[in-house]
Design a protein around this ligand. Structure first.
Ligand SMILES: [Zn+2]
Length: 239
């Protein structure tokens, strides 16, 4: 009996050690790749490249993005360095990141504020349902999403972008009205849920306007042949 217990204990303990070792390896792998990738990427750029922004940053766009790892700034820029000032959180919410946005818009004076949601957003999905079982800090952030009335997840993502743009507009109306700032609401569609193609950025809101024709009237997109503006109801995803 004792022998059996001993063998069982050794078996369980060795399993636990193996698990801990696996976890240690996983962490080591993740840490190493950060260091190695950084080293490799830093070598690609000469010191002169960094010297151009040693003392000052001069971005053109303040961007509010969801933290989702499938959504990255390099989907919107070949050179985001010193060009995109980014604030991120789950569900690309305006309220919990207001200070960062204020810094981008009024201190760095970027002429564009882009608020970008994305297809299959877990935060939007959670906020559409009952999220009372989630950890309190997460609940606090989800409470700022107003998407319960959305018919489905796709509509919820767009509705959330509209809501966040409205919140920003309330603070920056004067700048928008005087033409110093454009607030763009968009959806990054890595799944082709909205039918424009995988990985496309779809403009759904400009300064509170949601009608594609009204958005086009701004003239900001006039020379862009393939720009995706608006979420059309009947548009089916292309495979
Ligand atoms: Zn998301």
């Amino acid at each position: 009996m004792y022998k059996k217990f001993l063998i069982l204990s050794i078996f369980i303990l060795s399993g636990t050690f193996a698990q801990a070792e696996n976890l240690h390896d996983t962490i080591q792998g993740a840490v190493r790749s950060l260091i190695e990738d950084n080293e490799m990427l830093a070598k690609l750029k000469p010191p002169e490249h960094f010297k151009t922004f040693y003392d000052i940053q001069n971005p053109r766009v303040t961007m509010l993005l969801c933290s989702d790892s499938r959504v990255q700034v390099d989907n919107f820029s070949h050179g985001a360095e010193n060009d995109i000032f980014v604030a991120r959180n789950i569900g690309n919410q305006y309220v919990t990141t207001q200070g960062s946005i204020e810094y981008g818009v009024n201190v760095l004076k970027t002429p564009v504020l882009a608020i970008i949601g994305h297809s299959h957003c877990g935060a939007v999905k959670a906020a559409m349902g009952d999220f009372g079982q989630l950890a309190e800090p997460i609940q606090k952030e989800l409470q700022t999403l107003d998407v319960k009335s959305a018919a489905d997840e796709k509509a919820g993502v767009v509705l959330n972008v509209h809501h966040q743009v409205d919140l920003a507009l309330a603070d920056y109306k004067e700048k928008v009205d005087s033409g110093q700032l454009a607030i763009i609401g968009a959806v990054y569609d890595f799944r082709n849920d909205y039918g424009y193609g995988n990985g496309r950025l779809i403009i759904v809101n400009l300064n509170g306007k949601t009608d594609p024709q009204e958005i086009q009237k701004s003239g900001y997109f006039k020379d862009l042949k393939n720009v995706a503006i608006g979420v059309t109801k009947g548009k089916e995803p292309k495979e």
